[in-house]
Every structure is written in C-alpha cells, then in structure tokens.
Write a protein that binds this ligand. Sequence first.
Ligand SMILES: C[S@@+](CC[C@H](N)C(=O)[O-])C[C@H]1O[C@@H](n2cnc3c(N)ncnc32)[C@H](O)[C@@H]1O
Length: 229
Amino acid sequence: MNQDWVRWHEAYDDPASYLSARLACVQAHLSDALTAAAPGPVRLLSLCAGQGNDVLGVLPGHPRRADVTAVLVEYDGHNAAVAADRAGRAGLTNLEVRQADAGVAANYADMLPADVLLLCGIFGNVSDEDVRRTVLAATAMCVPGATVIWTRHRIPPDLTPQLRAWFTEAGFAEVAFPQLPAAPLAGVGVARWPAAAHRSAPGSSNAPGSENARSSLPEGRLFTFRGAD
Ligand SMILES: C[S@@+](CC[C@H](N)C(=O)[O-])C[C@H]1O[C@@H](n2cnc3c(N)ncnc32)[C@H](O)[C@@H]1O
C-alpha cells in the first residue's frame, strides 16, 4: 500500500476538514440506522474501519449500545490498535477490532448478514469494477431492513451517480445522499435493503445466520485497494 493510512487520519484532528465534515454526516446517519434497527440484537460491521472514528463517535452514547455487537475490520495494525484502545476505554465489550483483509468476506462471515454495514473510505480507493462488485455483494451481506452507509469522493469524474444507480439496481432503496456544504466533494450515501428482501434464488433468505446469505457472496475478492483516497 502506498498511502500512509495512519497519517491519513490526521485530517480528523481539524474540525474544518473535508474528512471531519464527512465524518459528522456518517455519524448522524449511523446513529439513525441504529435507532431504526429492529428491536433486539444488532450486528454492526465496518469494513476498512481505520481508527473507527465513525462507530466510536456514536456507539458509546447511543441508546441501542447494549443491543449492538460490532466488528471493525482493519488491515493496518496501528489503526486497529488505536480503534481497539478507544473501544476499550469506552467499555465497549461487544466491539471487536479485527485486523484482517476486508476484501475477503470469509474474514467476517460470522458477522453476516449485518443490520448495519459501513463501507466508508473504500470506494475512492478501488477500481470501478470492485465498487460494483462490492455493491452487489452487499445484497448478500444485509438482513432485511439493513442500512448500508457508504462514502465516495465526488472529484470529477464523479462516480457517485453511477454508484447510487448500482445500489438501486441491486435492490436497495436510497435513504439519503445529502449535500455537504462544508465538503461539496464528499459523497455520503445511505441505502436500505428492503424489509421484504427479494433474493435472486427463490426461497432464499437473508435471516441472520442464513447460509443463503453467505453463499450468495461472489467468489474471490470483493475489492483491492490501489492508492490514495
Ligand atoms: C480511507 S481510510 C478509511 C477509514 C475509515 N473507514 C474512515 O472512513 O475513517 C481506508 C482504511 O482502509 C484500510 N485498508 C486498506 N486496505 C484494506 C483491506 N484490504 N482490508 C481492511 N482494511 C484495509 C486502511 O488501512 C485505512 O485505514
């Protein structure tokens, strides 16, 4: 990896930065998604979670905190350690930071399908084909009614119109694609997998623990990082 993914997080220290504006938006929608999740246990999965700013900025004070089991998948050892340390200090005993390759779904198959799926900071770093493959895979990674929160920069050529179309074509309903006045080139999307989920295979189900959900994942990698965000 060419990018220094530890230093990348330093932009969060500046409240006026693009990343801080994006983070505030992601956190607001994450809070809403947890509130909207069905009563009972909630599985929260964050891929390429970095230092976990989004989840760790919301979960400690959220009313659904006790319902949530979270896994943050992060490849970089230092970032994973920072996230784990923060989670520990917040007393989040049901949050695991897993140092692993998020491009390989087998590394978090135990958390699938999820109620809330975070795909933040991924789509600007992988090929368009990988973005499309990951959007399609997300249909097999979500329980009915699940929320997916994703990000993608909007630097021309802006892929977000195509990305939003891929989500809706895959069967997701768009919940939000807000304009961020403080960061017009930041794209944050929120999509919901239908409560009455339609599956390509008749009779299959996205119920938690369903083998069908796992077997619908594509063969091979979902994505491979290629460079700077
Ligand atoms: C752009 S940052 C986003 C971090 C976080 N999601 C956020 O929005 O603040 C991308 C992160 O993905 C991590 N990463 C890169 N390739 C990965 C992979 N194959 N599996 C898991 N994490 C990966 C990097 O170490 C980095 O922390």
